[in-house]
Design a protein around this ligand. Sequence first.
Ligand code: BG6
Length: 480
Amino acid sequence: MTHPCDMLVFGGTGDLALHKLLPALYHLHRDRLLPADLRIVALARQPLGRDAYRALAERRCRAQVARTSFQAETWQSFAERIDYFAMDASQSAHYGRLARHLDNAGPRGRIHYLATAPSLFEDIAACLANAGLAGSDARIVLEKPIGHSLASALAINQSIGQVFQESQVFRIDHYLGKETVQNLMALRFANALFEPLWRAGHIDHVQISVCETLGVENRGSYYDHAGAMRDMLQNHLLQLLCLVAMEAPVRFDAEAVRNEKVKILEALKPIAGLDVKDRTVRGQYAAGKIGGQEVPAYYFEKNVDNDSDTETFVALQAEIDNWRWAGVPFYLRTGKRLARKCSEIIIQFKPVPHRLFQDGQANRLRIRLQPEESISLQLMAKSPGKGMHLAPVELDLNLAHAFRQKRRWDAYERLLLDVIEGDSTLFMRRDEVEAAWRWVDPIIGGWHAYYQRPRPYPAGSWGPEQAHSLLEQQGHAWHE
Ligand code: BG6
């Protein structure tokens, strides 16, 4: 932004704003990365004064930010940037007041961060336009999921497109802001080593798992209408799949990178009709134990229907119908209340063409995003001592150690800075979101058509049994 700028956070008292956005902005402020004149205006219905909001934000940030990074003095200077304005974002009449509240001498850039339910996106965009807050130097940030189906995503994109140019729209998928996710591009496109092997001829299959131990926390009313497919797979997991599978872009810029990603989404082989039964598994957690603690079943969570058939787990086998990947299964899996928090991508290579040794195993590359960020390559080596016995050894790269990182950047820090700087490389373009829904919709439709209720799995396990059979029938197994 070339001139002073306001970041308006709609949904300012919500979890996302208090738990993620403000702590990220605090860190950027502390590291002197925010423009000096950036003002943060939180908007929500609660009738709070500015000081009360600052106090609320401080309490939540203190709880969120590591004790060593929270400094009272830095907080004071950060808090001076924060303003609060009470309004109902669905009421067009409130926007005139908002415009007057924001009015400052001289031009100001505006970043509208919609940390709200997607059902409000269209109204907010229209109201911003009517109030003169959506000029050519304004930007709008939309949180995923964009809609709950292709039709609703098209409607949202259409309405947003009537007010903002595509270059002004930033659709966030916070997985793209994670360092290791970006490292995946560095690994593939800055090293000559893997590229010749990165294809069907050498890769047996790929696994992408995002496993969480958390349940739905306070988000039952949102989650029960979304489920794991819309909350995680349609966006985070498909974005990871795109980065694993896409061709090298000609440049590292927003259009070139996103052109390549969308080609992968469009090449996904549809899963529809009976294939939905054979190639997908949905689950829902039952009561169980995590870390020694008893946890209740999903349908006992707050704001969840007690006859809910929303899935908290999904596993499926995707295939990409293109020259590079034809015939290679991509297994995707995500779930809540699983045995361990762990997000990783496994690239399983094919075995050597001619087996010389008894105990050989095929190479495996593991890219771990969470809990730690690491990349490791499993190779075969001779065990010391008599005989020619082989054992797998890991070439292990721990990125935090390699770069002597003092503190791990949160994905939102990177993405918020990119919005301020106007770089949309790590954001989803309209056609990507729509292509992802186009592939996901028939799967959800199939579940309903066949009354496929989610399979129960005990909290603290690795999901329903059927998720294991999905791989076993192809001679594969989840890496756990
Ligand atoms: C969010 C989902 O997008 O990602 C949550 O809405 C999920 O349900 C979260 O818990 C996981 O993010 P992370 O960064 O903790 O893996």
